[in-house]
Design a protein around this ligand. Structure first.
Ligand SMILES: [Zn+2]
Ligand SMILES: [Zn+2]
Length: 166
C-alpha cells in the first residue's frame, strides 16, 4: 500500500512541522512575556534587555531563571508605597511640631516657644495671626506681608545650627 504509506508520511511531516511551529511560538511568547514583566518590575533599561535576552536565548529555561531573580514588586506599587510613606511622615510631622531650639512641643499657632522664648513665627502686622515663613500674604486678613520681615529660617534656626556645631 504505497499510497497509504505516502499519506501517512505526509501526515507525520505535517504534524511534526505544526509541532515545531507551536514550540517556536511558545518560545517567542515566553520571551515576550519576560520583556513585558521585566519592564513593569525593573527601572534600568539595560537590566530589562538582559532579562529579555536570557528569556530569548535559553528557550523556556530562561523565563524560569528570570522568575527566580525578578524583583518581587511592580515599580508602580513601589512608587505608590513610597508616596504613602511620605504622606504619612508629613502627617506625623504636622502632629509633632517642636521648637527647633529646645525641642519642646509647640502648637502651630504659637509665635514664640513658651519654654525657651525662641521666636517661632512672625505675627501678621495687621491682624496678629501667626504666619508661615513662605507666605507672601496673610490668609486671615489678606494683608500683603512686606518682604522686609526677615525669613524665619534666618531668625530662629541660626542659633540651633551654631549649637549643633559646638
Ligand atoms: Zn524652645
Ligand atoms: Zn493678617
Amino acid at each position: 500500500m504505497p499510497i497509504a504509506q505516502a499519506l501517512d508520511s505526509v501526515d507525520w511531516t505535517l504534524a511534526r512541522n505544526l509541532g515545531i511551529l507551536l514550540v517556536v511560538v511558545l518560545w517567542l511568547a515566553t520571551a515576550f512575556w519576560v520583556l513585558k514583566d521585566a519592564r513593569r518590575r525593573i527601572a534600568d533599561a539595560w537590566l530589562v534587555a538582559l532579562a529579555t535576552l536570557v528569556g530569548l536565548v535559553l528557550p523556556f529555561l530562561g523565563p524560569i531563571i528570570y522568575l527566580f531573580f525578578r524583583p518581587p514588586e511592580y515599580l508602580a506599587d513601589v512608587r505608590e508605597r513610597e508616596l504613602e510613606i511620605r504622606a504619612m511622615e508629613e502627617r506625623l510631622a504636622e502632629l509633632d511640631r517642636r521648637c527647633p531650639v529646645c525641642r519642646a512641643r509647640v502648637e502651630a499657632s504659637y509665635l514664640v516657644c513658651p519654654v525657651c522664648t525662641t521666636r517661632l513665627k512672625q505675627a501678621c502686622p495687621s491682624c496678629g495671626q501667626p504666619l508661615e515663613s513662605l507666605w507672601q500674604v496673610c490668609p486671615y486678613c489678606a494683608t500683603e506681608i512686606p518682604p522686609a520681615l526677615p525669613a524665619l529660617d534666618e531668625v530662629s534656626l541660626r542659633p540651633r545650627r551654631r549649637r549643633a556645631s559646638d
